[in-house]
Structures are given as C-alpha cells and as structure tokens.
Design a protein around this ligand. Structure first.
Ligand SMILES: Nc1nc2c(ncn2[C@@H]2O[C@H](COP(=O)(O)OP(=O)(O)OP(=O)(O)O)[C@@H](O)[C@H]2O)c(=O)[nH]1
Ligand SMILES: [Zn+2]
Length: 188
C-alpha cells in the first residue's frame, strides 16, 4: 500500500472524530487532526530509524571487562498492534560482552526504535534481543519487559494492575542457569 499523504492522514482523523459522534469543525477539534498526526509522528518514529545503526559505535578498550552489562528500568512507551493502545512499562536489557561494548544509551535507543512501532510485547522483546545479538555478537543477551497494556486496563476486560512479563535469553544466558539467576537478582 502506498504511504498516504499527511493530508490524507488528517482527513482520516476527521472521519474518526465524526465516527465517535463529535463535530470535527467545532473550535476545540478543528486542529485536532493536525495534532493527532503530529503525535503519531512521535509515537511511531521508530519506522524511520534503523536499529542496526543505533548499535554501530562500539568500544574495544574495556581493560578485559567480561562480565555482564545491564541497563535496567528502561522506560517503555509503545502501542499494541491489535488496538493501537498504549503499552507502558520497563525493559531490562543485558549482554555479556565479547571484547567490545556499546554505549549504554544505545541500549535505551534500541528499545525505543522498536517500541515506537506497532507490535506485540513478545515481538518487541524478541526484536530487541535478536538485534543486540546479531549486531554486537556478544556471548549472551537477556531482555525482560514488564509492561501494562491499556487495551486490557481501559477497555475490554478493564483489568488494571495487570502486567505482562516477557523474556528472551540467548547464548550463555540461556545455557548458564547461574547467570540467569544473577540477572534476575540484579533486576529484582
Ligand atoms: N500476546 C499478546 N496479546 C496482546 C498484546 N497486546 C494486546 N494483546 C491481546 O490481543 C488480543 C486481541 O484479541 P481479539 O479477540 O482479536 O480482540 P478484542 O475483541 O479487542 O479482545 P479483548 O481485548 O478480549 O476485548 C487480546 O486478547 C489482547 O489482550 C501483546 O502484546 N501480546
Ligand atoms: Zn491491544
């Protein structure tokens, strides 16, 4: 499908506003299609970003450091692909370096690139872990996401306080139970 123009996207928002029963021409709503599309540019900025590029700068001067590197409590702001409803939570991303490390902020940027696209939490978890594994080629990767889905809390079943936990363990995190245990101790 050809990508619609901005004007077409704004017209679609007008249709939605009329669909819910409001008047898209009233003062309070007249600029809403513009704002809505601008907000989408922000929430879905990940489509215009290359996850591999985010991890392209690495450092090899680590003085022999070979233990795990963990960035925990990275805020997740995403949207589910089923309802386009917000998913809010945290991600914990760890890897076991093999002679090179990546800038810490890049782990958070990688999370953002995929979070700012539409997907399920399981896919988001896998995408972050697999990209880190493919590009950095570390000895192991662990990613855990703990998030709340507004499609469960504010509609449908209306279950607030429910959170979804997903995890992907690759390499030594998968084969070494003690490492997995240490990872969980560090994030708990
Ligand atoms: N596995 C998975 N499911 C998700 C995620 N986000 C939303 N969902 C679920 O996607 C499902 C879609 O189910 P459908 O029956 O097609 O849609 P629905 O009628 O809106 O479902 P209800 O939410 O039960 O009202 C729901 O069960 C959601 O809870 C996610 O990240 N992972
Ligand atoms: Zn949903």
């Amino acid at each position: 499908m050809d990508r619609p123009t901005r004007e077409q996207a704004e017209a679609a928002v007008r249709t939605l506003l009329a669909y819910v029963g409001d008047d898209p021409d009233r003062e309070g709503l007249i600029d809403t299609p513009k704002r809505f599309v601008k907000a989408y540019d922000d929430w879905f900025a990940g489509y215009g970003q290359d996850p591999d590029e985010v991890l392209s700068t690495t450092f090899e001067e680590v003085e022999g450091y070979d233990d795990l590197v963990l960035l925990k409590d990275i805020r997740i702001e995403s949207h589910c692909e089923h309802h386009v409803a917000p998913i809010l939570g945290v991600a914990h991303v760890a890897y076991l370096p093999d002679h090179r490390v990546v800038g810490l902020s890049k782990l958070a940027r990688l999370v953002d690139v995929y979070a700012k696209r539409l997907q399920s939490q399981e896919i988001l978890n896998e995408q972050i872990a697999r990209t880190l594994d493919r590009v950095l080629k570390p000895r192991g990767v662990a990613v855990v996401i703990d998030a709340q889905h507004q499609c469960i809390s504010t509609r449908g079943t209306h279950k607030d306080q429910v959170s979804c936990v997903t995890r992907t363990f690759l390499g030594e995190f998968k084969t070494n139970a003690r490492l997995e245990e240490r990872f969980f101790r560090l994030i708990s």
